[in-house]
Design a protein around this ligand. Structure first.
Ligand code: APR
Length: 264
C-alpha cells in the first residue's frame, strides 16, 4: 500500500513503492481496467450507490434488463437518457486525463472500461474498449441497426424522464440503450481482448472497480495467474485486494496523476 499523505483532504505526496515506480517505468505494455470509481469524481454516481432523486424508488438491477425495457420502454429509455444527460453535463476528471497521459508515456496501453460513459474518450483516450457497452451508442432492439442520437445534452422533458423510446429508422422496432444488461452477455471480442491483453501485459492497472461484477472482476485474478503484476487504485478495500500486487488506497483523481508524475 502506498503511504499517501493528505492535508485537508488534498493529496500532498504519496511515497509509492519504488519497485512499483520501476515497474511502471520499464513496462512496455500496460492494460488498464476502469470501473465506476473513475467517473465518480466527475459526479457520476457509482453503480453501488443507491439510486437518488428521480430514481430513488428503483433498483438499477431491475431497470437494467431486457425484460424491464420490454415491460416499460419509456421508463427504461428515460432512465438511460437521464444518465446520458448527467454524463454529457459532466467533465472528465484528473483520473481520466492521467490515463490518457499514461498512454502517451508507454509503448502500448490498452484501456478496457466497465463504464458506459464517454469520459475516457473526452479526456483524450483512444480506442477505449467498453466491456458493458455505451450510453452513447443505442441500437434497434430487433435488428440492431445503430441509432444516431441528436446532438447536445438531453433536457428533462416537461412531463419528466419517462419518455418514449425512439423507433428504428430501418425496421420501425424500438431503439434500446447500447449497454450490456444484467441478463445479457458482454461483447465476446472485447472480453476476449481484455483477457488476452491482461495476460500478456507487463502490468494490469485496475482503477475504481469493486471486483463484484464478473466477468470483468476475473481479469485481475487471471493476470496474476499468468504471473503479471497488478496495481489496484480504490478508495476502500475491494474484493480484488487479495490478488493485486499493490493496493493504492485513495482517490483515482489524485493517485493516478501523482503516480505518473513520480514515474515519468
Ligand atoms: N477513486 C477510486 N475508487 C473509487 C472512487 C474514487 N474517487 N469512488 C469510488 N471508488 C470505488 C468504490 O470503492 C468501488 O469499489 O469504485 C468502485 C465502484 O464499484 P461499483 O459501483 O461496483 O462499480 P464497478 O466495479 O464499476 O461495477 C459496476 O457492474 O453493475 C454493473 O454494468 C454495471 O458497469 C457497472 C458495473
Amino acid at each position: 500500500m502506498c503511504g499517501a499523505k493528505c492535508q485537508g483532504g488534498t493529496l500532498v505526496s504519496a511515497d509509492f513503492d519504488p519497485v512499483l515506480i520501476a515497474a511502471l517505468q520499464s513496462a512496455r505494455r500496460i492494460t488498464v481496467l476502469t470501473g465506476a470509481g473513475v467517473s465518480a469524481e466527475s459526479g457520476i454516481p457509482t453503480f453501488r450507490d443507491a439510486l437518488t432523486g428521480l430514481w430513488q424508488n428503483f433498483d438499477a438491477h431491475t431497470l437494467a434488463t431486457a425484460d424491464a425495457f420490454l415491460g416499460d420502454p419509456s421508463l427504461v429509455w428515460g432512465w438511460y437518457e437521464w444518465r446520458r444527460s448527467q454524463v454529457l453535463a459532466a467533465q472528465p476528471n484528473a483520473a481520466h486525463r492521467a490515463l490518457a497521459e499514461l498512454a502517451r508515456r508507454v509503448p502500448q496501453l490498452s484501456l478496457f472500461t466497465q463504464n458506459v460513459d464517454n469520459l475516457h474518450e473526452r479526456a483524450g483516450s483512444v480506442d477505449v474498449q467498453h466491456l458493458h457497452g455505451s450510453l452513447h451508442h443505442p441500437r434497434c432492439f430487433d435488428c440492431a441497426h445503430p441509432f444516431v442520437l441528436p446532438d447536445g445534452i438531453p433536457e428533462e422533458p416537461a412531463g419528466g424522464w419517462r419518455v418514449p423510446a425512439p423507433k428504428c429508422q430501418a425496421c420501425g422496432g424500438l431503439v434500446r440503450p447500447g449497454v450490456v444488461w444484467f441478463d445479457e452477455y458482454l461483447p465476446a471480442d472485447i472480453l476476449d481482448g481484455a483477457f488476452n491483453s491482461s495476460r500478456s501485459s507487463d502490468l494490469l492497472i485496475v482503477v475504481g472497480c469493486s471486483g463484484k461484477v464478473d466477468p470483468a472482476a476475473r481479469l485481475p485474478r487471471d493476470a496474476k495467474k499468468a504471473g503479471r503484476k497488478v496495481i489496484q487504485i480504490n478508495l476502500v478495500e475491494s474484493a480484488l485486494d487479495g490478488v493485486c500486487t499493490w493496493n493504492l488506497r485513495g482517490r483515482a483523481g489524485e493517485l493516478l496523476p501523482e503516480l505518473i508524475r513520480q514515474a515519468f
